[in-house]
Structures are given as structure tokens and as C-alpha cells.
Write a protein that binds this ligand. Structure first.
Ligand SMILES: Cc1cc2nc3c(=O)[nH]c(=O)nc-3n(C[C@H](O)[C@H](O)[C@H](O)COP(=O)(O)O)c2cc1C
Length: 194
């Protein structure tokens, strides 16, 4: 399924093609693609080059990591994310490696790494769907993640699949039009709010 952005101005084709699908093909992502996708996250910029992100990777059928990530997802997300061959979690270090103090931009930096990951994925024809809907505490205890780290987002990854793989309610969501605010609502070229 294709759901290109209906943009007011031309944007890069990778950005234009990206959307967050809820249906995935039953097909594993090739290892070399995964390497490049995580490499893109590696080369994201960060404050003080602190690189606070860590990525827990669960590959379906490989070991128990996938199942552990899956079991931390909220039920709404489990219904569709079960189709994804790879589930990852972006985990951020709250403490700066450089200053040993609280890193006030750990979420920003980790989000930026996730954005890099998703753009490289799209360039590889792999779609990602990020999820805030997971049980953080469950994930922390399941993986014994130390206190200084915080799971930020779970991400389902794979090749976009068929609508029929989804329950009807989710098919409707999948077909829904993608919308955005207009630029004038958030781009202020003439002072705040203008
Ligand atoms: C941080 C973050 C958390 C999200 N959490 C969820 C989620 O828990 N479940 C879900 O179905 N979609 C989730 N989404 C997907 C958004 O709903 C989606 O990106 C948004 O509606 C725009 O659609 P698009 O990505 O197809 O352009 C999340 C996206 C982000 C970036």
C-alpha cells in the first residue's frame, strides 16, 4: 500500500513515501539493510556528541528479545505490530557521558536518531511505525535496564503489507487520509505567531 504525503511543496522522495503502516509482509529484513539502518542512527547528530541512544533489537524467531518487546506493547499496538518481523526499542541515557550530569536533551537526541533510522529504512524500502504505546516499567524490568536509562519509543519495522492482514477496524485506519497542519500554523516568518 502507498500513502504518499500530499505536500504543498516538493520534498525528498524518501520523506514523501514514508508513512507509518500497521500492516507488514511476512518477510524478514535483510541483515545488510538492518546494518545500514542502525548505522544511520549511529551518525545522527547529538548535543556534545553524547549519543545517548541505545537500540534494543528484536528479530522475530531469533531469540526472546522480540517476544519480550512485544509483550511490553499496549494491546492496541499488539494487534497490528505482531505482523512486523523486527521490533526495536530506542533507549536513552539520561546522564551525559561527557559531563556525568543530567543530559537535558537526551530525548531530543534519541528522537533524532530515530528519525535518521526511519529515513534510512525508507531509503531501503523498509517502513517503520514508532510507538509510544508500551509499558515502560515492564520493559525496564524484563530487560533489567539500569536506572540511568529510559526506554523512549518502540518501533515496528518491515516491508509494508496487505490491508487484508488486519482486522476491519484497523483496515479503516490504514485507509484514512494522512493530514497535517498547514505551514502557517507553525512556521513563523514574521515574529511569534505570525
Ligand atoms: C513518538 C511516537 C509515538 C507513536 N505512538 C504510536 C502508537 O503507540 N501507536 C500507533 O499506532 N501509532 C503511533 N505513532 C504513529 C503516529 O500516530 C503517526 O506517526 C502519525 O499519526 C502520523 O502518521 P504518519 O507517520 O503515517 O505520517 C507514534 C508516532 C511517534 C513519532
Amino acid at each position: 500500500m502507498k500513502k504518499p504525503a500530499k505536500t504543498d511543496f516538493d520534498i525528498h522522495p524518501v520523506l514523501n513515501r514514508r508513512y507509518s503502516p500497521r500492516t507488514f509482509e511476512d518477510r524478514m529484513i535483510e541483515e545488510d539493510k538492518l546494518d545500514r539502518i542502525f548505522e544511520a542512527a549511529r551518525w545522527a547528530p547529538s548535543s556534545l556528541n553524547d549519543q545517548p541512544w541505545h537500540i534494543l533489537v528484536g528479530v522475530k524467531g531469533l531469540n526472546d528479545v522480540y517476544d519480550k518487546i512485544f509483550s511490553s506493547l499496549l494491546e492496541f499496538n499488539q494487534i497490528w505490530a505482531r505482523l512486523a518481523p523486527v521490533l526495536v526499542v530506542m533507549v536513552a541515557d539520561k546522564i551525559s557521558r561527557k559531563t556525568n550530569k543530567t543530559n537535558h536533551v537526551y530525548l531530543y537526541d534519541t528522537g533524532q536518531a530515530a528519525a535518521h533510522l526511519s529515513m534510512q529504512a525508507m531509503a531501503e524500502d523498509v517502513f517503520v511505525h514508532q510507538m509510544g504505546g508500551f509499558d515502560k516499567d515492564k520493559l525496564i524490568s524484563t530487560f533489567s535496564i539500569p536506572e540511568r536509562f529510559e526506554p523512549v519509543t518502540a518501533i515496528a519495522m518491515g516491508y509494508a503489507g496487505k490491508l487484508e492482514n488486519l482486522p476491519e477496524k484497523f483496515q479503516e485506519m490504514e485507509k484514512a487520509e494522512r493530514t497535517r497542519k498547514s505551514q502557517k500554523e507553525f512556521v513563523f516568518r514574521d515574529g511569534w505567531g505570525k
